[in-house]
Design a protein. Structure first.
Length: 159
């Protein structure tokens, strides 16, 4: 695996640290129990993706440490989103997720053969987050969590 792709995996790992913190903080801040549960699914997807990245990096002999600043960044972003209505939060997340998907797709296309599976998972997990957001925006809250749930090894227990 080339150094550039390994650096990308480290970057993605830290992004999952941020995302996990974001999901956890939003779950805690949510006034609606259904919204809190949905954020727990987001948190778990980020946690599991972070774990897959850790495994991939450690298999390459890489040291993997969570950057506490990324956790703080996720919590800060959550504080801003928590002030918005649910629909405003979904509207704000949509373009950010679309941007990340384009970024991940670019890296997936250039991934070395031994990194393709993890690159595809990174993109797939972001698409699931976007699909969740789109279903919420489209008024399908009863089915919004399905794309995330399909990717989880250990879905969170119902609240």
């Amino acid at each position: 695996m080339n150094d550039q792709f390994v650096a990308y995996l480290h970057e993605c790992f830290q992004g999952e640290v941020l995302g996990e913190a974001l999901g956890a903080a939003l779950a805690e801040a949510a006034q609606d129990p259904a919204h809190s549960q949905k954020w727990r699914f987001v948190e778990q997807l980020e946690r599991e993706t972070k774990g897959r990245l850790r495994t991939a990096l450690e298999a390459l002999g890489e040291s993997v440490e969570e950057d506490p600043e990324k956790r703080t960044e996720g919590q800060s972003w959550a504080a801003g989103l928590a002030k918005l209505s649910w629909s405003e939060a979904m509207d704000k997340l949509k373009p950010a997720l679309e941007k990340y998907i384009r970024y991940f797709e670019k890296h997936e296309k250039t991934a070395p053969s031994d990194g393709l599976a993890i690159a595809q998972h990174i993109t797939r997990h972001e698409r699931a987050l976007l699909e969740f957001t789109l279903r919420e925006i489209e008024g399908k809250p009863d089915r919004s969590i399905e794309p995330i749930e399909r990717l989880l090894d250990n879905p969170p227990l119902a609240a």
